[in-house]
Design a protein around this ligand. Structure first.
Ligand code: NAD
Length: 428
């Protein structure tokens, strides 16, 4: 992995830049540049054929000054400790910028989940909890689903933790299935929140959202609901989405000039696990290479797939028509690309602000678990809209006040909140 693309190097570079601007004290920098705690553990799992396979798992708690660490668990074949560290770090900034009383954490397992049967997945989930349960908990560190993990898996993990703890403990994990302690609105929360921030950015930029066009990288959880909400809430059109094709081992972009139909593409994705080329071509979609989404003449680009995709070179290829980049994914833009984007005057909604809807809804889920009283979908989404709107405008105010790029302003808001919490607790 090149230095430019190492996500933890990226997270540290972004932090160093902000720390410099904020003239942070040395001890505060030392504490925030690295995670507070890291766990790396073996997970032996009995496979369906009777053999034992040993997987490697991680849990990283970057900072818990503002509350229990919070962040997803990723099951990915290319998972690395540095990726988990970076994502845990971004979670600290995300919970702080969204102003929810939680810290930052992340976990992972090196595994391609599609290579496992359902029962093997269940055993892997339960063994993950067995390995780490003493170091997680509703008041310590609260995991959630992420790339490669699902609500069902969270249900198994919650059950395993509850068995070990000797009591029903739904608040140990969020993103659980509905009826299993999950919250209404969690599935769409991240994509919905992405579009709330786009709506607020458009207000500031004096853009009429009706008829605006977006191009999206990815067509997973975040991308699907970002597409649906962009159309339903803003009256906009999504021209392109892209996704990874497992058989061809490359990504493709699917476009329609009159706008994609996210519900049609969702149906195909549910059936095939990805957008099937034949089905899409049959419905009149133009199929191009996996990078084509980035070169489209649209108003808004939404990278909502993986990290490190907008490199310095890619940033130069973005159309002059693009006004807003809304980072649905974590870490899609490298620091070198940020410089190009800032220079070109494209409005950036940085990841840990833009995609904070997921963790905010997870926080709502925990609150509901604690109360044992559950809100309607409308109530959840309305509370989410309010939180995201306040978070976005808080960062925008700082950006205008200090004449800063939005990512720098978001770091300013987040780091200051974490620093205050550390000072209040007497850590520094
Ligand atoms: P997902 O697994 O549901 O979807 C990922 C999508 O990306 C899939 O459509 C896949 O085909 C596509 N993809 C993978 N590699 C690609 C490539 N090289 N080019 C184009 N498409 C590619 O994952 P998700 O939950 O939608 O998460 C997407 C991103 O958003 C990740 O960075 C994740 O960390 C971040 N995120 C997710 C949430 C959430 O609530 N799900 C919250 C905050 C941030």
């Amino acid at each position: 992995m090149s230095e430019e693309l190492n996500p933890f190097k990226m997270a540290q570079q972004q932090f160093d830049r902000a720390a410099e601007q904020l003239e942070l004290e040395e001890a505060v920098r030392d504490m925030l540049r690295w995670p507070q705690r890291e766990f790396r553990f073996q997970i032996p799992v009995r496979m369906d054929d009777g053999s034992i396979k040993v997987f490697f798992g991680f849990r990283v708690q970057h900072n818990d000054a503002r509350g229990p660490a919070k962040g997803g668990i990723r099951f990915a074949a290319n998972e690395t400790l540095d990726t988990v560290r970076a994502l845990a770090t971004w979670m600290t900034w995300k919970t702080a910028v969204a102003d929810i009383p939680l810290g930052g954490g992340k976990g992972g397992v090196i595994v391609d989940p599609s290579s496992l049967s359902t029962s093997e997945k269940e055993r892997l989930c339960r063994e993950w909890v067995d390995a780490i349960w003493k170091n997680i908990g509703p008041r310590t560190d609260v995991p959630a689903p992420d790339v490669g993990t699902t609500p069902q898996m969270m249900g198994w993990m919650m059950d395993e933790y509850s068995k070990l703890a000797g009591q029903y403990t739904p608040g140990v994990i969020t993103g659980k299935p509905l009826n299993g302690g999950g919250s209404q609105g969690r599935t769409e929360a991240t994509g919905f929140g992405v579009v709330v921030t786009i709506r607020e950015a458009m207000k500031y930029l004096d853009i009429d959202p009706k008829g605006t066009i977006a191009s999206i990288q990815g067509f997973g959880n975040v991308a699907q609901y970002a597409a649906i909400t962009f159309i339903e809430m803003l009256g906009g059109k999504v021209q392109s989405v892209s996704c990874w094709d497992r058989e061809d081992r490359c990504a493709y972009t699917f476009s329609k000039a009159e706008g994609i139909d996210p519900f049609f593409l969702q149906k195909i994705t549910d059936q095939y696990g990805t957008i099937n080329k034949d089905e899409a071509a049959g419905a009149g979609y133009v199929i191009e290479d996996g990078d084509a989404w980035l070169r489209k003449d649209v108003d808004v680009l939404i990278p909502a797939a993986v990290e490190g995709v907008i490199t310095e070179d890619a940033a130069g290829q973005i159309s002059d028509k693009v006004r807003i980049i809304a980072e649905g994914a974590n870490g899609p833009t490298t620091p070198l690309a940020d410089a190009v984007i800032a220079e070109r005057g494209i409005f950036m909604i940085p990841d840990f602000l833009c995609n904070a809807g997921g963790v905010t809804c997870s926080y709502f889920e925990q609150v509901q678990n604690d109360m044992n009283y559950y809100w309607s979908r409308e109530e959840v989404l309305s509370k989410l809209d309010q939180k995201m709107t306040v978070a976005f405008n808080g960062v925008l105010r700082k950006a205008l006040q200090h004449e800063q790029y939005m990512r720098d302003a978001a770091y300013r808001v987040a780091i200051k909140r974490v620093e205050w919490a550390m000072r209040l607790r007497g850590w520094v």
